[in-house]
Structures are given as C-alpha cells and as structure tokens.
Design a protein around this ligand. Structure first.
Ligand code: PEP
Ligand code: MN
Length: 271
C-alpha cells in the first residue's frame, strides 16, 4: 500500500511552490508548451502575472513523439524562463526528462515536473525528489490511479513531502480528442490521497476550444488547479499549436474563473 500518499487522519497537504500554496484554492499554472525565445517567454510571463496566473510553466527539454520535432532549447530555455520569472515575480515549473538535467533545474526553477512518459521512471522520480524542490507528477497515459499513487510514494519515501498530482488525459480510442480527460479519475484521486490534484486539459484534449470549459469544470468540482498551455501567437507555436490558448482567451478564462467565488467552489465540492 502507498502508506505515505494515501489519505489518512491528517488533513490535505498544502504544497508551497516559491510562495504559492497549492491545495487551498484553485491555482493556475500557465505558459508555453516550449520556451522558444526571450520575447515569447517574457510576453507570456507578463500575461500570466497580469491575469492572475500563479505559476509560469514552460518546457525546455521536450519529450516529442518524433525525433524530428523541435526538442526545446535545453539549458538555454531554463535560463530564459528563470529570467522571465524574476522580471514578473512568478514561480516556475519545468519538466526534467533526465536526471542529468536536475542540477540546472534545481538552480533555476521552483518546481520540477515529471512528465506523463516518465511517471514510472522511478530513478528519475527519486532523483527529482532528492533535489528538495516540489514535484509535479503527471499521470502516465495508461496509468491506473493506484500506479500514480505508487509513483508519488517513491518521491515521498525520499523525504520530499511536496508532491502535486496532475491528470492530463489517458489513452482512448477516439482521435477527436488527443486523450480522454478523466475528471472522475482526478476526483477519485483526491478521495484516495491527501496530496493536491490538478488537471491539464491542454494535453488531455489537444483542442483549444475545450480547455476553458474544462478548467472551469475542474474548479467547480473542487480540484486544486490547472496547468494550461498559452502562446502569444498560437499558430506559430513550435509545439502543440492546436492546444495553445492565445493571451486574450487566457485573460477571459481567468475572469470567468474569478467569478466562481471560492465559497461556491468549496460548497460544490462538498468540502
Ligand atoms: C508538458 O506538460 O509539457 C507535457 C509534455 O505533458 P505530458 O507529460 O502530460 O505529455
Ligand atoms: Mn505541450
């Protein structure tokens, strides 16, 4: 059994990411799929800050399906997002694809993301946990909820209590959506664990039109936050262009989220 991850008698865990508390209210992490250049990440960071996003995301080491696709800027990308984070006073989350990237990430970012493809790469999960930074652990595309919680347990056993889980869609059979957004699974996870649970409707659906309503649904259901891909010019995005929100749509979504009063959200969730 996942003794450390399972819900026990003590309350929900709150994870502090550079001063942002996850697990007590709805937190939005937003940013580009991949950090592309200085102007792009600065523009996005300004928008995230201006519209009430709490954490800046951006990929530097990209796990692309095709080796011919843009693989990210690597260490340079980490430096660019770190600079944008200082300018706009936002904590950051960046994915580690490999343990060799952890020293650079530990120096420059606030939270380390373990991507869906690596959820059960336990040596990476453990090494990331040992940095002491909070971990964003994304659900594997074919992982059961128990498997997610066992993966989290590996991080917790390293003595790092700051783990946030993320539902990002599981493999389905219908190409109309990139994956199947398992909102019920995310809610069931929250019943099983004290760790915060957020959603990523960008990778779950692969369609920008579906992202705002699903973020609102997750907030109304009492989940702990959302990760959203945004881009100043989505059509020019070097990765995941179809699922990037433009900055106006992001601003509109943040307004609509704000209109969901926290007390209403809490009562809808029955907590
Ligand atoms: C990402 O968030 O950049 C990403 C690649 O997501 P996932 O690991 O969920 O596919
Ligand atoms: Mn992406």
């Amino acid at each position: 059994m996942y003794e450390l991850a399972r819900r026990g008698s003590s309350g929900d865990t709150i994870v502090d990411v550079g001063g942002v508390r996850i697990g007590n209210g709805f937190v939005v992490m937003a940013g580009p799929c991949a950090i592309e250049d200085d102007i792009q990440i600065e523009t996005v960071a300004r928008a995230v800050n201006a519209h009430g996003g709490a954490i800046l995301r951006g990929g530097a080491y990209k796990p692309r399906t095709s080796p011919y696709s843009f693989q990210g800027l690597g260490d340079t990308g980490v430096e660019l997002i770190a600079r944008a984070s200082r300018h706009h006073r936002l904590p950051t989350v960046v994915e580690a694809l490999d343990a060799e990237q952890l020293p650079v990430l530990a120096q420059h970012v606030s939270m380390i993301q373990i991507g869906a493809r690596n959820m059960q790469n336990f040596t990476l999960v453990k090494a990331a946990a040992r940095t002491g930074l909070p971990i964003l652990l994304k659900r594997g595309p074919a992982a059961t909820l128990d498997e997610v919680l066992y993966a989290a347990e590996y991080a917790l056993l390293e003595g790092n209590a700051n783990v946030v889980l993320c539902e990002r869609g599981i493999r389905g059979f219908d190409p109309q959506t990139r994956n199947v957004f398992d909102l019920a699974g995310a809610l069931r996870l929250k019943e099983l664990t004290h760790l915060p649970v957020i959603v990523d409707p960008s990778h779950a659906t692969g369609r920008r039109s579906l992202i705002p309503p699903l973020v609102l649904a997750a907030a109304a259901a009492g989940l702990d936050g959302a990760m959203i891909e945004i881009h100043p010019e989505p059509a020019r995005s070097r990765s995941d262009a179809e699922q990037a929100l433009d900055l106006e749509t992001f601003a509109d979504l943040m307004c609509r989220l704000g209109a969901l009063a926290p007390s209403k959200v809490a009562s809808l969730a029955g907590r």
